[in-house]
Structure formats: C-alpha cells, structure tokens
Design a protein around this ligand. Structure first.
Ligand SMILES: Nc1ncnc2c1ncn2[C@@H]1O[C@H](COP(=O)(O)OP(=O)(O)O)[C@@H](O)[C@H]1O
Ligand SMILES: [Mg+2]
Length: 275
C-alpha cells in the first residue's frame, strides 16, 4: 500500500482512532439526507448512532462503507482516506456491515452465504479454488471450518444446509452478522440488528455484541431500542434531519433537551416497521 503519506497526513495518525468523519454530506436532489456530519470512533469502542426515522442513519452507514459516495466531506478509516473508495475495497480494508433491510442470498445455503464472506479474505477466491492445488484445498478446509465456527458462534450451525430464505427473521439477521464477521473486520456496522426480534433474542444479541467488543472489535450500532443503545454504547451520536444535534455518553444524551425534543420524547422504545 502506498499509504505512508496518507497515514501521517490524515487525522487518524493516532492508532486508537478507527473511524473519522468530517463534514460528511449526502444530498439526493433537494433532500439533504446527511448534512455536515462529523464524529469519530475509537478502537474497541461501541458508538450508538440514534435519531428518528428518516434522520439519515442508514445513509451514513452507506456512506462510510462506500455503498454510496458522499456529496462532500471526508471519511477516514484506520488512518486512510476512504472517501472515494468502493464498497468492496473498503470491505478488504476491514469494514463490514449489516443492512436494515436484511440482505442475504436467499436462494443459496446458510453455509454458502458465510463462505461468500470469507472469500473477501482468501487469496484464491472461488474460481481459483476450483483448480484445487493442495494449498488451495487446505485453504478451502480452513475456510469451511471458519464458516462453520461462525455459524456456531451465532447459534445457527444446525441450519448450515438450509436455504437462507427458509430461516426465521431473527436467524437471517444472525446469518448476516456471521457473513459480515467472515470478512474479518476490525470495524462492524450494524443497522438495527434486533429489529423484529423478541425480547429473548434481543438479550442474546446484546450479549453477542458485548462479546464481539470484548474480542477487540470496534462497532457502530444503529438501534431504536433505547435500553439496548444505552447499555451497549460507549459514545452516542444523535442525528436529526441529517444533522448531528448531540453527542456524548448515555447520561449526557438522555438529558439533552434537543435530543428529548427530537427523539426521546416520542416513545422510541416501541417497535416500528423496518423501512
Ligand atoms: N437512495 C436514496 N435516494 C433518495 N433518497 C434517499 C435514498 N436513501 C435514503 N434517502 C432519504 O434520505 C433520508 C434519510 O434516510 P435514512 O438514512 O434511511 O434514514 P434513517 O436510517 O435514519 O431512518 C430519508 O428521507 C430517505 O427517504
Ligand atoms: Mg435506517
């Protein structure tokens, strides 16, 4: 990588800084979906990104991960300017995400869904893998073990052979996380990971996110369940109409009048349809 210059020149020369956004904007015509948002995320921390529906949260994840291109502003990931990179390039650098509207490959097996994630990290790739040299066979075995291990970790190993479309909603969300983890990310972005889950499933997911943090992963979490956000987040960023209106720890954010007015005062703990 010829990133020496970027590493020292960028704002993330500090090794603890995993993600930094500076004045990020995304305009869809006249709609300012994200309008000048800046924040940063330190290594090993969980950042909760909250705000009402339509605030621009998912758009922010799409911008950070290269799924959308910014209208203006900058995104740095681990010291590198990733603003103009495509999603697959950013994935290779160690960022993985899940979608608010679940995206799994519905017509293939659960295991194959995770294997697709692992290919982002293997040298051979699926086509070269077919040539099956000894080294590649060993690589395949290692990858298979890893994929099964991730399914076990997510509690859906017994479903490895099912079609993804046959899985319950909660299991599909778990599968999506397994696939994201298969890319061996250092930053995981979760867009409403417990939407549609029952309280027991939510509890399990909270424990899992804590475990992932314990293993050294840095996490950006979009979530409407305030108890969950407050329990998990080291730092919270609140956006409304594309603009950051507050940030701080759970206590600071909870008593901020702007946040109460824009969001917390509006019964956000109720389930809402996933959009
Ligand atoms: N691809 C798109 N084209 C046009 N408008 C979009 C697109 N994606 C999101 N938006 C709009 O941007 C705004 C923010 O959406 P979104 O980021 O999904 O909000 P949130 O995730 O906070 O609920 C909404 O008004 C939404 O309709
Ligand atoms: Mg959203």
């Amino acid at each position: 990588m010829s990133d020496d210059g970027k590493k020292t020149a960028g704002p993330a020369a500090d090794d603890r800084l995993v993600l930094k956004l500076e004045g990020v904007c995304k305009y869809f015509g006249a709609l300012h979906a994200v309008d000048g948002v800046s924040f940063q995320l330190d290594k090993g921390k969980i950042l909760g990104l909250i705000g009402p529906n339509g605030a621009g949260k998912s758009t922010l994840i799409n911008l950070i991960t290269g799924y959308y291109q910014v209208t203006s502003g900058k995104v740095w990931f681990q010291g590198q300017d990733v603003t103009s990179l495509d999603d697959y390039q950013i994935c290779r650098l160690g960022m993985a995400r899940t979608f608010q509207k679940i995206k799994v490959f519905r017509e293939i097996s659960v295991l194959d869904n995770v294997l697709i994630g692992t290919y982002a990290r293997t040298k051979a790739g699926p086509i070269a893998g077919m040539l099956r040299t000894k080294a590649e066979r060993q690589e395949e075995e290692r990858v298979l073990e890893k994929a099964l291990g991730l399914l076990r970790y997510m509690g859906i190993e017994q479903l490895w052979d099912s079609r993804a479309s046959e899985l319950s909603y909660g299991d599909q969300r778990r599968l999506e996380i397994a696939r994201a983890l298969a890319t061996e990310p250092s930053l995981l972005l979760l867009d409403e990971p417990v939407a549609g889950m029952n309280p027991a499933e939510k509890k399990t997911m909270i424990r899992l996110i804590q475990e992932l943090q314990g293993s050294g992963l840095t996490i950006l979490l979009i979530e409407h369940d305030m108890n969950m956000v407050m329990e998990l987040s080291d730092h919270i960023v609140v956006i409304d109409h594309g603009v950051k209106i507050a940030e701080g720890n759970a206590k600071e954010v909870q008593k901020n009048p702007l946040v109460i007015d824009a969001y917390l005062g509006k019964g956000v703990n109720h389930e809402h349809p996933s959009n």
